[in-house]
Design a protein around this ligand. Structure first.
Ligand SMILES: Cc1cc2nc3c(=O)[nH]c(=O)nc-3n(C[C@H](O)[C@H](O)[C@H](O)COP(=O)(O)O)c2cc1C
Length: 156
């Protein structure tokens, strides 16, 4: 389900956005920088400062995670079932390990929001579909860099 291509896309995405909902269905969405596709079905997300997300998945496991490479303007939307894996759980070390490597010692990880993917769909900037003939990844990158005022390091 989570192919090497999706894993690669996640690693190039600066953030993911985790959408949860509480018992009443009230949606909640917040950004997470420390996340990783850890195997073909799981995304691990660090709870460093995310009390609402962690609480929501304990009462409503249905979540959605999206991430995009802001320059290529492509990414994925993953819907799934999540649980909050705490430090008391025997499997905690397995899931937190790749996240600790990203976060480093300055950002303690209280728990891991572990998402089991149920469905995945690509996210594409509309240009890729509406103007397919004139849109390629390199042109999107150039256009996004201009929009965001970003210069490649070699030009600085
Ligand atoms: C750029 C950025 C990256 C962030 N990365 C994380 C993260 O990896 N883990 C985390 O728990 N919070 C992270 N946060 C903070 C949460 O998004 C923030 O505390 C949010 O209010 C949590 O809301 P929630 O409890 O509704 O999930 C990040 C915030 C920003 C702006």
């Amino acid at each position: 389900m989570l192919t090497p291509q999706i894993r690669e896309s996640a690693s190039r995405s600066v953030l993911c956005w985790l959408a949860t909902a509480d018992e009443s269905g009230q949606p909640n969405v917040s950004p997470k920088e420390i996340f990783a596709v850890v195997d073909s079905t799981h995304i691990a997300i660090a709870n460093i400062a995310s009390p609402n997300s962690a609480r929501n998945v304990m009462s409503n496991a249905r979540v959605c995670v999206s991430f995009i490479d802001v320059f290529v303007q492509k990414g994925y939307k993953v819907t799934g079932i999540a649980r909050n894996v705490t430090q008391q759980d025997v499997e905690f070390s397995r899931w937190v390990e790749p996240l600790r490597a990203m976060a480093g010692p300055r950002f303690p990880i209280h728990s891991v929001v572990l998402v089991q993917a149920v469905a995945v769909e690509p996210i594409l900037a509309p240009s890729y579909r509406l103007y397919a003939a004139e849109t390629a990844e390199h042109s999107q990158v150039a256009s996004a860099m201009q929009t965001y005022g970003v210069k490649p390091l070699r030009d600085v």
